[in-house]
Design a protein around this ligand. Structure first.
Ligand code: SAM
Length: 277
């Protein structure tokens, strides 16, 4: 009998032809498919004529279900984990399951494929050598703004997931946090009929998306160019100055200059005079 394995299987993010042959073979050969939403993934399996018993593993039952999956593996049965779309565990459930299964000593094997942010980044034209994947921002506006402000000085490309309900508010919040001129790309409905990749300054993106409600529909990845790192002692990057001024609202000038120096890379004694002036 072959060794039981928990396979982590990526599924399409829109275009069913993106399911790899290997993913198909694995899904057809395992004893159970663990899915975030068994009805949703059931439709994918029936499309490919795959009939395998399904187990539901979602955010709310993942820890208990891990024990069940481990028992199946102990009985010599293999399991494939899928999520609704793309790669499981990427802004999707599965982390607790994978951890528990590995700790129980069983093999976990990835079957890679689609992932929305990788697809978006690969076609965005934004620097991809260093990037930070943020995923979904907090739903509440205060927490979201705070999360964005904390990222304003990052020089790497920032990658966010966003839903149709919040895309406009999030782009507005990004404009406030990163500055109107910051370049960003909205990647919508990737691999689907209405796939759109549109890049512009954040304030132009807000105008563009508000002008056309069709552009507000579907699933989104938002990619924001990192802050420019200007370490020239003569001039101060406006983004660094903005961070300095936000901090100065809450902190005494010396402290604000010190924290801003840490975030932006400028010397504290280059920033401090700006507050005194
Ligand atoms: N595990 C998935 C992956 O590998 O990308 C992500 C799951 S997360 C719950 C769903 C989010 O991914 C959506 O709200 C959207 O931000 C993004 N997404 C998924 N499919 C997409 C698509 N076809 N085009 C653009 N974004 C997509």
């Amino acid at each position: 009998m072959s060794e039981p394995v928990l396979y982590i299987v990526a599924t399409p993010i829109g275009n069913l032809a993106d399911l790899s042959d290997r993913a198909r073979d694995v899904l057809a050969s395992v004893d159970h498919v663990a899915a975030e939403d068994t009805r949703h993934s059931g439709r994918l399996l029936s499309h490919f004529n795959i009939k395998v018993p399904m187990i539901s593993v979602h955010d709310h039952n993942e820890r208990q279900r891990a024990e069940h999956v481990i028992n199946l593996l102990r009985a010599g049965e293999s399991v494939a984990l899928v999520s609704d779309a793309g790669t499981p565990l990427i802004s999707d459930p599965g982390y607790h399951l994978v951890r528990a299964v590995r700790e129980a000593g069983f093999k976990v094997s990835p079957v890679p494929g689609c992932c929305a942010f990788v697809a978006a980044l690969s076609a965005s034209g934004l620097p991809s050598d260093r990037f930070q994947f943020i995923g979904f921002l907090p739903a509440k506006s205060g927490a979201r703004q705070q999360a964005l402000e904390a990222l304003a000085g990052n020089t790497e490309t920032l990658v966010f997931y966003e839903s149709t309900h919040r895309i406009v508010d999030s782009l507005k919040a990004m404009t406030a946090a990163f500055g109107a001129e910051r370049y960003a790309v909205v990647a919508r409905e990737l691999t689907k009929t209405f796939e759109t990749l549109h890049g512009d300054s954040l304030d132009n993106l807000v105008t563009w998306i508000q002008a056309d409600t069709n552009q507000q529909r579907g699933e989104f990845v938002v990619l924001v160019q990192g802050a420019e790192k200007v370490l020239d002692d003569e001039s101060i990057d406006p983004e660094a100055e903005r961070i300095l001024r936000i901090l100065a609202r809450e902190l005494p000038p010396k402290k604000a200059a010190g924290v801003a120096a840490e975030i932006t890379g400028y010397k504290k004694n280059r920033l401090y005079p700006l507050l005194i002036d």
